[in-house]
Design a protein around this ligand. Structure first.
Ligand SMILES: Nc1ncnc2c1ncn2[C@@H]1O[C@H](COP(=O)(O)OP(=O)(O)OP(=O)(O)O)[C@@H](O)[C@H]1O
Length: 203
């Protein structure tokens, strides 16, 4: 369960979020929408524990959102477009690192790649993938690991029609399995397909 309590976020000269309070139960998806520069990514970084609130609180269950807390990191799976990969590891080897770290069966790595439509690219290096292929790989890394809360900035980014249908289906499967999911998105279709709650920022 995600709790946001009287949250305020500002840049040096602008209030982005003013007194936001909400609760996102297990099995629900929250969509954060709004124009470019309105504060969607800033809100997601705060939910992911990478930025401190200016005031107010963010919690997952009983744990304050703080990326330096191992208990928080264990509960939250995050994709914020930071694009970190190892040059010498293949796509499959990256996912196997995650399965090993989270003690998941290694076979799930190939399964999720096939599910995402890039099973044939398992032995490629991430830097050789196209933009959409790389986005599918990145999303595989988010969805493969267990987490009470999944946070994804613009999951539709770079994806074709099939890819957008796939990501909507994965979000659906994650919420059906009991996770809470937070997305920032510019896709009205994704909001319609996935969101149980919507927060509009920048208005
Ligand atoms: N590291 C930073 N330092 C200073 N200002 C920042 C920083 N990161 C973001 N901002 C500013 O904060 C505001 C909100 O940015 P944010 O990235 O949260 O917007 P967004 O709604 O996600 O935009 P987009 O739809 O373009 O991704 C913008 O004015 C941006 O310029």
């Amino acid at each position: 369960m995600l709790f946001i309590d009287h949250l305020c976020l500002s840049t040096d000269d602008t209030d982005l979020i003013t007194d936001l309070t909400l609760q996102l139960p297990p099995g629900e998806c929250l969509a954060v929408v709004g124009p470019n520069g309105s504060g969607k990514s800033t809100l997601l970084r705060t939910i992911a524990g990478l930025r401190r609130p200016d005031s107010g609180k963010v919690r997952v269950g009983g744990i304050i959102a703080d990326d330096s807390d191992p208990a928080f990191r264990a509960a939250v799976s995050v994709e914020l477009g930071d694009d970190a990969t190892f040059a010498e590891l293949t796509v499959l080897e990256h996912l196997r690192l995650i399965t090993a770290a989270h003690e998941i069966e290694a076979a799930h790595a190939l399964e999720i790649l096939a599910d995402s439509g890039i099973g044939d690219l398992a032995d490629r290096f991430p830097h050789t993938l196209s933009t959409g292929q790389r986005q599918r790989f990145t999303l595989c890394a988010v969805f493969i690991r267990p987490g009470d809360l999944i946070v994804i900035d613009e999951p539709e980014s770079g994806l074709d029609t099939d890819g957008r249908a796939w990501v909507a289906d994965r979000i659906d499967r994650a919420t059906t399995a009991g996770a809470s999911v937070v997305i920032a998105t510019h896709s009205p279709e994704l909001v319609t397909q996935c969101a149980d709650q919507t927060v509009t920022v920048g208005r």
